[in-house]
Design a protein around this ligand. Structure first.
Ligand SMILES: C[S@@+](CC[C@H](N)C(=O)[O-])C[C@H]1O[C@@H](n2cnc3c(N)ncnc32)[C@H](O)[C@@H]1O
Length: 366
């Protein structure tokens, strides 16, 4: 079986991402018409593989190197099967609840014993923060929100972010009330490579990243706070307030609940690397590649990209993000794909998961 470069570098023994910090609205639109096709998705917390079921594919093959991340998807499957939508939101942490331990037991009924055991050890944390709040990444945001943010902004200012207003007024609010010298100092300290490496992301993940994370974050806050409407941004809401408001991530919205629930048997979960899937000889009609290319050196990226193309049906789209390291079709394969700039340009301003610097949609030529 093919091994992935990152497998040897980072420890995957716990949940890194308890919810998906990549915008499924953008992903599903970027993948286009996939009805009846085979899709492949990186699992992460599972939300986006579930969102891909709304495209009515024949199946969604879900891969991840981390058993803990696969367990996030398995919990969600139990939640769709055994909970109603209000209970789903309560257990996830999108809504306040004192019932999460009971809901967790209910959601896990029928799950594999190892999945039940894994989540039972996390029951106290789930009760406190919701199942969508127990990853390393969410803990990092929580420390930011509970310990640092109050030193910089009042609750009133934070609540005011989520009042819907026209674009010019959003810029004025950011300049006048939000972007204070204290805020800029906080960004520089909290998003220093040292702190991010220790608390949020494994240091190995910075090997290929250029530029200061704090500069990047300041640019992206402008995207979230001015280009987009914060009142519609579930990601920003969770970071600043630790829960969701009216706006929810696509997979968690009531309108998709029954459709996703009715198609759960189309998930084909394969713990292991994407590289393992692409060496099976199967062909896919679309790929959600998260931001995994950033975790690879340029040489390994080019090699993996080539094998993805060999595992792609004509017309298949590759959708992926870059946070800080630039990754787009390697030169060697430039004649084999079309960069769908038309779709990228339409989707980028609407990407609510604002920390990514680039969204890529590439289509395999026929
Ligand atoms: C790349 S990370 C990014 C997470 C993301 N930004 C989010 O919001 O969830 C997503 C997942 O990719 C998995 N992963 C990374 N490289 C992989 C590979 N080559 N094959 C399969 N899974 C991989 C990690 O285990 C992780 O769970």
């Amino acid at each position: 079986m093919q091994r992935s470069e990152i497998e040897a570098k980072a420890a995957f023994d716990h949940i890194r991402y308890a919810q998906l910090w990549e915008d499924a609205d953008v992903l599903t639109e970027g993948l286009g018409d996939c009805a009846g096709g085979t899709l492949v998705s990186i699992c992460s917390a599972g939300d986006n593989a579930l969102a891909m079921l709304t495209l009515d594919p024949k199946k969604v093959v879900v891969v991840d190197l981390s058993p803990a991340q696969i367990a996030c998807l398995q919990l969600r499957i139990g939640m769709f099967r055994n909970l109603d939508h209000a209970e789903f939101l309560a257990l996830m942490g999108a809504r306040p609840s004192t019932e999460r331990k009971v809901l967790l037991v209910k959601a896990l009924a029928g799950a594999a014993p190892e999945v039940q055991a894994f989540w039972n050890t996390l029951a106290d944390e789930v009760a406190l923060h919701g199942a969508g709040g127990v990853g390393k990444f969410e803990r990092y945001f929580r420390i930011f929100r509970t310990r640092l943010l109050p030193l910089v902004h009042s609750r009133k200012t934070i609540d005011a972010i989520f009042v819907s207003r026209p674009k010019a007024a959003r810029q004025a609010f950011l300049d006048r009330w939000f972007n204070t010298w204290r805020w800029r100092l906080l960004l520089n300290v909290f998003f220093s490579r040292f702190v991010m490496g220790r608390m949020g992301r494994d240091k190995a993940f910075f090997d290929h990243v250029e530029g200061s994370p704090a500069q990047h974050v300041a640019r992206r806050i402008h995207h979230a706070a001015v280009i987009g409407d914060p009142a519609q941004n579930s990601y920003l809401h969770w970071i600043m307030k630790g829960t969701h408001g009216e706006a929810l991530p696509m997979t968690w919205r009531a309108e998709h609940f029954e459709v996703i629930k009715s198609r759960l048997d189309r998930l084909d979960i394969r713990p292991g690397s994407l590289e393992a899937f692409i060496s099976t000889g199967e062909k896919a009609d679309g790929f959600n590649l998260s931001d995994i290319f950033e975790y690879m050196s340029p040489e390994v990226f080019a090699q993996v990209y080539g094998s993805i193309l060999r595992a792609s049906a004509p017309g298949a789209r590759l959708v992926y993000w870059n946070m800080m390291a630039p990754r787009r079709v390697p030169q060697a394969f430039a004649d084999k794909v079309t960069t769908r700039s038309d779709i990228e340009d339409r989707l980028k301003p609407r990407d609510k998961a604002f920390f990514y610097s680039d969204l890529v949609v590439e289509e395999v030529k026929g």
